[in-house]
Design a protein around this ligand. Structure first.
Ligand SMILES: Cc1cc2nc3c(=O)[nH]c(=O)nc-3n(C[C@H](O)[C@H](O)[C@H](O)COP(=O)(O)O)c2cc1C
Length: 156
């Protein structure tokens, strides 16, 4: 199984997190591809892969500029994404009290609306906490991958 990490970022933190995961989790999946969201649209979900949305939050609770086209296409060119299994890493800062980690949460809402299946909870990182998102993010991802790659028990 391939893991495709879709990165929404303004100042590269989300990209560093994705690259740390690519290095640290290589033993858990066959292939890990890191794709900046620039220029992508809903067609990026056509591949047979496990997806990880890794995005920060900007403006007042908005997705970063490089994620805008992909995010808008989920609304403008909707199609059923029932085959898509995904997770979300949502980077933010709790000093933005009312819009904490909304970038990732907004993607989650749209993907669920199109029938995609989220594995696990949305994982949020708070930049004001002084913790390293690369370190915590890879630890979270290892557990998330274990859950995502566990075969569902057959129903008798
Ligand atoms: C101008 C600006 C606006 C931001 N707005 C929000 C916000 O509304 N909510 C939030 O949780 N974080 C917000 N943040 C924090 C970023 O999402 C956070 O610092 C993140 O780690 C940056 O990741 P990046 O380097 O991948 O873009 C904002 C940061 C800046 C500089």
């Amino acid at each position: 199984m391939k893991l495709k990490i879709l990165v929404g970022t303004m100042t590269s933190t989300a990209d560093y997190v994705a690259q740390a995961i690519q290095m640290d989790c290589a033993d858990l999946v066959e292939e890990i591809e890191v794709c900046l969201m620039d220029g992508l649209d809903i067609g990026t979900f056509d591949e047979d892969a496990l997806y990880l949305i890794c995005t920060s939050t900007y403006g007042s609770g908005d997705v970063p500029d490089n994620a805008r086209m992909l995010y808008d296409s989920l609304d403008a060119q909707p199609k059923y994404l029932g085959h898509v299994r995904y997770g979300v890493i949502a980077l933010g800062d709790r000093t933005y009290l009312n819009t904490f980690a909304f970038g990732g949460k907004k993607f989650d809402e749209r993907l669920q609306g199109l029938g995609a299946q989220r594995i696990g909870e949305v994982w949020c990182h708070d930049a004001s906490a002084g913790t390293m998102p690369e370190e915590l993010g890879t630890a979270w991802c290892r557990e998330w991958l274990a859950q995502a790659l566990t075969p569902v028990a057959a129903v008798a």
